[in-house]
Ligand binder design. Structure first.
Ligand code: PEP
Ligand code: MN
Length: 375
């Protein structure tokens, strides 16, 4: 089933220019100088289609910097006048919409913490009735595709047809390398349901760490997303918000220069969707395989401790023969070659042994100290 959205293509409302489309700017506007100077450096890269800056910041705890507020709109005006870059800000209330429109902001975006709340989204949608302005809707904080779709529908129903979705990843209780889990399949599902809806990736909020931005950006382009929103600050080390994930305009240009763009010949939407879907299946399975191997190692460590406590040797040849025999038979039935299975098992087994040897050789004092540091 497809979604019933009324959408105008991206190029009708933003200069796509050099591919990929990049929207960049600081997480937060902090001072007039910081914003205007960052904007100039970004414009000089020649790779940026719009300048972003948060002026009303949704912070997790009170007392943190909650954005510079309406004065930032004046700074954005100046940045635009001096660089020619269209501007975009996050709006979270009807009043924000009114003020941003009055100040001539070119594009609005709805943040992840607003998309989760239908009351908030409806208030924003109501303020947008009768207005012709592009709006980008970030995915909700929680991994719920319906909420994301609901927000897009509310804005679209208000008459906004210059609409895009921003994939910024999802909050998860599990610790991982990412600040927000990409959960690519949710973005792919949205793309499948609304192929005409432009999808922009936000590698900054997915990574939470500037070193991963290139990797996430490449992956987004490989999934045929239409653009990137990347946080850039003239001096990230002193940024008032999201310092770890911001990059200088020069570093941003370098990241973009190193992205591989697919050749137009293979820009066949259907083919890409199929490939993307198959790849996302592979990604999911690989994640599971790694997770299961990690769980296996944890159990091997427990066995190591048990063997140590009971003075049993690490290697018991019979047990290893039995594992090898049983698993290769099982794998063969599943059409995996015995050579491959044996290699894989040997690799896992030698790592288990290495871990168990570590445990055996650790002194009681060392173990106690380690327990303490992990407590
Ligand atoms: C932001 O873009 O700075 C922001 C607050 O993002 P998100 O809504 O994705 O958390
Ligand atoms: Mn941010």
């Amino acid at each position: 089933m497809k979604l019933n959205l009324n959408i105008q293509p991206l190029h009708t409302w933003i200069k796509t220019g050099k591919e990929p489309l990049v929207i960049a700017g600081p997480c937060s506007a902090e001072t007039e100088d910081q914003l205007v100077a960052t904007a100039h450096l970004l414009a000089q890269t020649g790779r940026i289609s719009a300048l972003r800056a948060g002026i009303w910041k949704p912070r997790t705890r009170p007392g943190e910097f909650e954005g510079i507020g309406s004065i930032g709109l004046e700074w954005l005006k100046r940045a635009k006048a001096e660089t020619g870059l269209p501007t975009t800000v996050e709006v979270a209330t009807g009043k924000h919409v009114e003020e941003a429109l009055k100040a001539g902001v070119d594009i609005l975006w709805v943040g992840a913490r607003s998309t989760v709340n239908p009351f908030t989204v409806q208030e924003i949608a109501d303020a947008l009735k009768g207005v012709d302005i592009p709006v980008m809707v970030k995915n909700p904080v929680n991994p719920d595709l319906s909420l994301w779709i609901g927000a897009l529908e509310r804005i679209n129903n208000a008459g906004i047809t210059k609409l895009a979705a921003i994939h910024r990843g999802f909050s998860s209780y599990e610790k991982s390398a990412f600040r927000n889990e990409p959960m690519w399949d949710i973005a792919i599902n949205l793309k499948t349901l609304a192929p005409e809806l432009p999808l922009i990736n936000d590698p900054s909020h997915i990574s939470g760490n500037r070193d991963l931005i290139g990797y996430i950006s490449q992956k987004a382009l490989d999934l045929d997303m239409q653009g990137l929103m990347i946080e850039s600050h003239i001096d990230p080390s002193v940024a008032w918000t999201d310092a770890k994930q911001q990059v200088t305009p020069a570093a941003l240009a370098d990241i973009i220069d190193h992205l591989a763009l697919r050749k137009p010949e293979i820009r066949n939407a259907e083919l890409n969707d199929k490939l993307a879907e198959l790849r996302s299946q592979i990604d999911k399975i690989d994640d599971l395989v790694i997770q299961k191997i990690a769980e296996r190692m944890q159990i091997a460590e427990k066995i190591g401790q048990y063997k140590k406590d009971n003075n049993i040797t690490i290697l018991q040849v019979n047990r290893w023969d039995e594992i090898l025999q049983k698993r290769t038979n099982y794998a063969k039935a599943l059409k995996l070659s015995p050579e491959f299975t044996e290699k894989l098992l040997e690799l896992m087994h030698s790592e288990s042994i290495r871990k168990q040897t570590e445990i055996m050789n650790k002194s009681e004092a060392g173990q106690a100290a380690e327990k303490l540091t992990h407590a």
